[in-house]
Design a binder for this molecule. Structure first.
Ligand code: ATP
Length: 365
C-alpha cells in the first residue's frame, strides 16, 4: 500500500523537455490513470515513479519518503508491461514463483503465495501448463501473477491491454479493475484511450506536451474540463466548442452569442479577452423548431437508442446527441437550446475554463 506524491517533476532529454513540471497526488489504494495523446510524457512519468528514469528535477515521495534518486530495486514497485515477457521454458507455476524463488523465499511460503495469486486471478487450472500454448489473455494473467506475487507497494502498468483485440480488451479491463478492488494496491496505469481511463480510473491526470492539463475524478473531468484541450480529448463525440466575440465578467450569469443571450453558471472571474469559447456537450443540447441558436442539420448518425446529429451554426459546426425518435432531416433548420448548468465558458486566449459556480473546485494542472 502506498501514497505517491509527485512535486514539480521534470524530465529533459537533451534539449527536449518530455515532462515540464508535473504535480499531483496518488492516494493509497487508488487506481490512477495517466492519460494523454502519444508523446505527451505519460510513459516517462511512469518510468520516473518506477525508478527506471531519473528526473531532471522535482520530487517523488512514496509514503512520505523522497525516492526520486533511488534505484528501482529499492522502491518496491512492480511494473506490468504491454509486452509481457514470460519464461518460455518454465510452466505457469514456476513463472509466477520466479520473483520469490530468486529472492530466496522459503519453499512452503512460495507455494502458498503462488496458490493465493492463482486463486485471485482464477488461473488455478493453468498452473502446471507450459506458457507456450496460452492465449493472450492467459499470458497476461500469468504476467500479472508474477507482479502480484511479490506483494509490492504499488503497480505501474504501461498500456497493459494495448496488444489485445477490442473485445478481449474490455473483458481484461473489467478483470483488472475487479482485481484491483480485491487487492486494493495503489496502481498507476498509462493509457491514451480516454474511454478506458474514464471506465477504470478512480482519478485521471490528463497530460499534453509534457504538461498536466487537469487531474481529478473521471466525472469532474468530463463535466468540468479545465482547458480546451481536455474538452476536446475527453468524450466521444467530444465537447462542442463555439468561438465567439463577447464579454465575460465576474458575476455574469449569461453571455451574448449573436442575437441570443445564453445562460451560463455564474462566472467567478473575468476573461482576459473578448475572444471566448462556449463549451457544450452533445447531450446538453435540445433541438426544437425554435431555440436560442438556429442551426442547419448536416448529417445524422443512428446509434440505437440515441443519434448524433451534426449541425452548422453561425459559430461553427456542432454535434448534438438526441433520442433516435427525434425528427431531424438533413437540410432543415432547427433551433438549439443549451442546458445552462452544464455549460463551460473558456477564455479563448489562454484556452482555460473560466471559474464559475459550477467548476469552482476543479484542479487545473
Ligand atoms: P506513447 O504513448 O507514444 O509512449 P507517451 O505519452 O508515453 O507516449 P513518452 O514515451 O513519455 O510519451 O515520451 C514523451 C516524449 O519524450 C516523446 O516525444 C519521446 O520521443 C521523448 N522521449 C522519451 N524517451 C526518450 C529518450 N530516452 N530520449 C529522448 N527522447 C525521449
Amino acid at each position: 500500500m502506498a501514497e505517491i506524491v509527485i512535486r514539480n517533476l521534470r524530465k529533459e532529454f537533451g534539449a527536449f523537455t518530455a515532462v515540464q513540471g508535473s504535480s499531483f497526488t496518488i492516494a493509497d489504494g487508488e487506481f490512477f490513470m495517466l492519460l494523454g495523446p502519444s508523446g505527451c510524457g505519460k510513459t516517462t512519468t511512469l518510468r520516473m515513479i518506477a525508478g527506471l528514469e531519473i528526473p531532471t528535477s522535482g520530487e517523488i515521495l512514496i509514503d512520505g519518503e523522497e525516492v526520486s534518486r533511488r534505484p528501482a530495486s529499492q522502491r518496491d514497485i512492480a511494473m506490468v508491461f504491454q509486452m509481457f515477457a514470460l519464461y518460455p521454458h518454465l510452466n505457469v507455476r514456476k513463472n509466477i514463483a520466479y520473483p520469490l524463488v530468486s529472492q530466496g523465499v522459503a519453499k512452503t511460503e512460495v507455494a502458498s503465495r503462488v496458490a493465493e495469486v492463482a486463486r485471485i486471478l482464477r488461473i488455478e487450472h493453468l498452473l502446471d501448463k507450459g506458457v507456450g500454448g496460452l492465449s493472450g489473455g492467459d499470458r497476461q494473467r500469468v504476467a500479472l501473477g508474477r507482479a502480484i506475487v511479490r506483494r509490492p507497494k504499488a503497480f505501474m502498468m504501461d498500456e497493459p491491454l494495448g496488444a489485445l483485440d477490442a473485445e478481449f480488451r474490455e473483458t481484461m479491463a473489467e478483470e483488472l479493475r475487479a482485481l484491483h478492488d480485491r487487492m486494493g494496491a495503489t496502481t498507476v496505469y498509462v493509457t491514451h484511450d480516454q474511454l478506458e481511463a474514464m471506465q477504470m480510473g478512480d482519478k485521471i491526470v490528463v497530460m499534453n506536451h509534457g504538461v498536466v492539463e487537469q487531474f481529478g475524478k473521471p466525472q469532474e473531468i468530463y463535466d468540468h474540463p479545465a482547458t480546451l484541450f481536455v474538452a476536446d480529448f475527453i468524450g466521444s463525440p467530444s465537447m462542442n466548442t463555439l468561438r465567439f466575440e463577447g464579454v465575460a465578467q465576474a458575476g455574469a450569469t449569461d453571455v451574448t452569442l449573436g442575437a441570443a443571450r445564453i445562460s451560463v453558471p455564474q462566472l467567478q472571474e473575468t476573461a482576459s479577452t473578448q475572444s471566448l469559447v462556449l463549451g457544450v456537450r452533445p447531450e446538453h443540447i435540445t433541438l426544437g423548431e425554435t431555440g436560442d441558436l438556429p442551426a442547419q442539420v448536416l448529417a445524422t448518425e443512428y446509434l440505437g437508442t440515441t443519434q448524433i446529429i451534426t449541425l452548422e451554426t453561425a459559430f461553427g459546426p456542432l454535434k448534438a446527441r438526441a433520442p433516435s425518435g427525434q425528427p431531424a432531416r438533413v437540410g432543415e433548420t432547427l433551433g438549439l437550446s443549451f442546458t445552462a448548468p452544464k455549460l463551460t465558458l473558456f477564455d479563448g486566449a489562454t484556452g482555460r475554463a473560466l471559474r464559475s459556480a459550477a467548476n469552482a473546485g476543479v484542479h487545473h494542472g
